[in-house]
Design a protein around this ligand. Structure first.
Ligand code: SF4
Length: 475
């Protein structure tokens, strides 16, 4: 199923998510990731230095992207493979569908690709009479449920064991009603049995890529299930779909990035499988595809180069920012309404589908800064969300009360003396309103907060007065 962008409805989606008791129960699991990442970082003394190095590798690559793309293409050709460039989603779909048709494909196994989600590849394959089969367990489950992923590394994190059992009972013909599927191991065995036949029958394997290495022409994917290996080795053709910023210069650079990727994503020192794929099968290879194609997608990314959102192209899709985001933790990934959720989605989505469609997402943040704190490539996500908010404001896309409220605030903020006077008066008035309880169940213009919870009444002097008293400032 292609992802239908409901991004402009973020508020409605978030409301629905917050009142969904089943979803709230399922989301609590994702909180485990934060402890695991912290423990993995503690185990590696050079973790912070590695983050600096990861950022430097990505910045260097972005500054010379044209050269490294050309070098990668050269190496792929040398190995007997082909590279195709797609300007947008339409072109990428067309290239992949035509390749699949050229191999006479009836079915295609797929592994590990958010880019395939971005371009709506499954719909295009189905329309061409080719059965797409997701082989990552989470992706397979959501494919059965006709849903989009809700997390970039844990696509079915919004589901419970019960949901998965229901999906299997509905979709797997011949599954005995009395088969016990109450435990994860049983669910895994059931999915494995079905997928094994699909792996063997597939004519084409389509994988994403965590990295494309310019030095060797290799594509790299990391998985914990081994499905990536079976997807690219068993069929007669292997198609890699990746976006332009997945290029890294050398094998050594990929190795450095891999050291921060798994630790940031799942708290593992390394993912269970790290698979390098370099061209089609050579005469001395025991197995492998006879054809190897890499489709490299731009889809608006090149216009981010050199601009205030270029840093976003450093993203290595670890998911740490969403694992640590209080908004993502509360509403889950589907509320974001498109492919990329959480803080990285709040910056990337408006860049890819436009601020008019995706402009609500940068507002889905408390700007607490946890995302930037944990990002392995140190992307300044809060700063970029503020940039998008400015764009939304300038284009008059934000709600009128917010725009007028900001103008009102800006009037005072530019006049420090008046600002101090106004905040003093407001603090005293609110203090009076909350007298007795120390809390307010109503305050002017604060209905968005007080409709759901009390607001603490201001106590004592304002921050500015306290600061002046402490620093001895006279102004
Ligand atoms: S923005 Fe940073 S933390 Fe978030 S997915 Fe990308 S690399 Fe990971």
């Amino acid at each position: 199923m292609s992802v239908i962008a409901t991004t402009p409805k973020f508020k409605e989606n978030a409301h629905a998510a917050l009142t969904d008791a089943r979803l709230q129960g399922a989301l609590s699991f994702s909180r485990n990731f934060t402890d695991r990442r912290a423990a993995a970082a503690d185990r590696l003394p050079e973790f912070e230095a590695l983050r600096d190095s990861a950022r430097a590798i990505k910045d260097h690559t972005l500054a010379h992207l044209d050269l490294y793309l050309a070098a990668h293409e050269e190496k792929v050709k040398e190995s007997g493979g082909f590279v195709h460039y797609a300007q947008d989603a339409d072109e990428a779909r067309r290239i992949i569908v035509n390749l699949c048709k050229s191999f006479g494909a009836k079915s295609a196994t797929k592994a590990k690709s958010m880019i395939a989600e971005e371009i709506g590849l499954n719909d295009a394959l189905e329309a061409a009479g080719i059965e797409p089969v997701e082989t990552d367990l989470g992706e397979y489950i959501i494919q059965l449920r006709h849903e989009a992923p809700s997390h970039i590394i844990a696509p079915a994190i919004h589901l419970t064991k019960k949901d998965v059992e229901e999906a299997f009972r509905k979709a797997h013909r011949g599954l005995p009603a009395n088969r016990d599927l109450s435990e994860p191991e049983a669910l895994l065995a059931e999915a494995r049995a079905i997928l094994r036949a699909k792996f063997l029958a597939a004519d084409v394997g389509i994988t994403g890529a965590n990295f494309l290495i310019a030095e060797t022409g290799a594509s790299v994917i990391v998985t914990n299930e081994g499905n990536g290996d079976l997807t690219q080795i068993l069929p007669k053709a292997h198609i890699v779909i990746a976006s332009i910023e997945k290029i890294v210069p050398t094998l050594e650079d990929a190795a450095q990035l891999l050291r921060v990727l798994a630790r940031s994503a799942t708290g593992q020192d390394a993912s269970v499988y790290t698979t390098f794929s370099t061209g089609p099968r050579r005469p001395e290879d025991p197995d492998g595809p006879s054809a190897y194609h890499v489709v490299i997608l731009d889809n608006g990314r090149s216009s981010m180069l050199g601009g205030e959102f270029e840093d976003m192209l450093r993203c290595i899709r670890c998911g740490a920012c969403m694992n640590h985001c209080p908004i993502y933790q509360a509403v889950g990934g589907h509320a974001y309404g498109w492919v990329y959720p959480g803080p990285m989605g709040a910056v990337l989505t408006p860049s890819l589908i436009g601020v008019a469609e995706g402009g609500q997402l940068p507002n889905a943040s408390t700007l607490c800064g946890r995302c930037e704190e944990v990002c392995p490539v140190r992307i300044p996500l809060p700063k970029m969300m503020r940039h998008w908010r400015e764009r939304e404001f300038e284009r008059r896309l934000s709600p009128a009360p917010l725009r007028y409220g900001l103008r009102f605030w800006a009037f005072f903020a530019r006049r420090p003396a008046l600002y101090r006077l106004a905040t003093n008066i407001a603090a005293r008035a609110l203090n009076l309103l909350g007298r007795g309880k120390g809390r307010l169940s109503w305050a002017p213009l604060a209905g968005g907060w007080t409709d759901y919870r009390d607001l603490a009444a201001p106590q004592g002097a304002t921050f500015q007065s306290q600061w002046r008293a402490k620093s001895g400032a006279t102004k």
